[in-house]
Design a protein. Sequence first.
Length: 363
Amino acid sequence: MSRKKAQVGLRARTVDHLNAWLIMLPSLVLMLFFVWEPLFESVVMSLYKTRNIELVNFIGFKNYISVMGKDDFLQALTNTFSYTFWSLLLGFFLPMVLALLIGETVRSKSFFRTVAYLPNMLPGLAVVILWSAFFSGEKSGVLNILLSHLGIAPQTYLTRSEWVIPIIILIATWKGAGATALIYMAGMSSVSPELYEAAEVDGASRLRKIWHITLPGIRSTIIILLIMNLGRILGSEFDRPFTLSNPLVEGASKTISIFVYERGIKGEWVTDTGASPQQYAELHWVVVDKPVRRRGVGSFIVDSACRIAREGGRVSVRADIYPENEPMRWLLETRGFKFCGTIQVRDTFGREKPRSAYELRLR
């Protein structure tokens, strides 16, 4: 009899496990195709020299060494750690305080819950624009208007490096605190009211009830949210730092995500574009007529441009070609030109055309 009960129990547990896996299967499939597979492809691509998304040849860890050797990589990494650390710290504790305050209110709890969650419903870019208007350095800035009533002169916040990361952290905390507070409040609702009644009879103060009943009762919720926040320790966001960035605070607002965009997606020239005098020579709109192709005309043009640039004291030669021009691409790469990304160039009719950008350092 006991053996039959054990078999029935084992069968029931097996069915429960199968049902659980069936419930998770759609999510696992989505994770496989939209998270794990792209992540694996990204790791593989990082070990190759690429042309846009095309793998050219295996180069091992040279891409990582090259990135870490950039002057602004350490600054981007430092900014990212600073941003994520304070966002994690404030974004973890402030929602808990907010949930406790709303939970202790007697009336209008639904109203306060709705108000707390509203910022999370706003698009990220709209939130940045809203807070930019609040911190605007002009006399029309909301904060400066409030300070003017106190006799304080208008301040410039968005153009001062020391204010950039605190403002980004404030925006992130304001937007996400309400949603996290709702999770805490859901955990608090599962705490038995009888515990509070017993504490009330024993004469426990409000703070003691929170410390000895509420917080222990939501321990599992706290642990789960802590793990989720720790998982985003290097998940620096792009929209807020990028939108608040300007030439005066470019260094302070640069995070890993912006660094990757500028170096990988947007592209990067080998030499300094803003240097004065100009360090590079440019080769634009080179076309070889069909009847004379494959006769060394393109090689002559490129080699001559490099020679003239070298004699003129230039540091490099830049060239741009149509993305589908494989012969010219092959010619530039065999001459040692480095692919720098895709740029937009206006033709004679004023239309912007995508061009593959290359640069060769001469010295």
